[in-house]
Ligand binder design. Sequence first.
Ligand code: UDP
Ligand code: MG
Length: 317
Amino acid sequence: MSTAPNLPLSVVIPVYNEELNLPTLFTRLYPVLDALGRKYEIIFTNDGSHDRSIELLKAQYAARPDVTRVIDFNANYGQHMAIMAAFERVRGDVIITLDADLQNPPEEIPKLLEKIAAGHDYVGGYRLNRQDSFFRTYASKLINFVREKTTSIEMTDQGCMLRAYSRQVIDAIVRSGAINTFIPALAYSFASNPAEVGVKHEERHAGVSNYSFYALIRLNFDLITGFSLAPLQYFTMFAGLTSLGSFALVILLLLRRFVYNLDRETFGVFTLLAIVIFLLSVAMVGIGIIGEYVGRTYQVVRARQRYFVKEILETKG
Ligand code: UDP
Ligand code: MG
């Protein structure tokens, strides 16, 4: 599929407590997009911010109603839900996601568009000289590795939100009913000709990251359980091996006692222990199998609308 270079563009930006970053974002982003000389829109989703973000977004809408749209959530549903809400409403044929804190420089957008114009339907950015804490950088390298092993998703940098998608990929994500919240991975699974491009990474312009250590663990657990049942399958396999091993142990003890006439004194205790271990591992297999079903059910049940839109500011398109 080749994409004409002038298709209308939608830029999607989740916003959570970014009052200190929005003014700079506006002054850097709009000129970049104006200079492209193509039709565009910017959709901001206010993800239940507690600061003045929504006032700033409303003022920006008043200033540039032609290209600005604002979705206002009633509460905080998380970055990926904020992006989903915008995806459901995009009007452009090429969609770009971007963070509001200027860690993804808006000036890099044309790089992604070049790849889209070259016929790719999904372009993932990966961060060159990442500007995050030592801990964040290495934790994210580790989780990239685990993801590669447990799911079939190949991404250099799953945490980079500067990405471009064709409308087909976005439509597929929306149709999937938001079962999985990890958008870069979901997009990857729907893309037929993905590409990656290195993009600059800057320090957070102002404020601190919205992700606590716990939130990061949750997000990555969601990613791995959302895209594969591998953890459950490994667990069941492990339990199966344990029960085989303990069964062999019981046989060995019986042989020693009755065939070789050994262990006369200690037989009772050890046999009991072996039987307990065996039963325990059988129970573990059971839990693993139940877990497998729960996991599958969970994947289906999660297909529910997970946010509530309070207000939308937009002009008819
Ligand atoms: N964000 C959001 N809802 C949240 C957390 C974050 O919409 O609950 C937005 C945030 O405003 C920013 C982007 O998601 O535009 C990335 O968040 P952040 O910079 O805190 O994450 P990090 O860069 O540390 O991964
Ligand atoms: Mg950030």
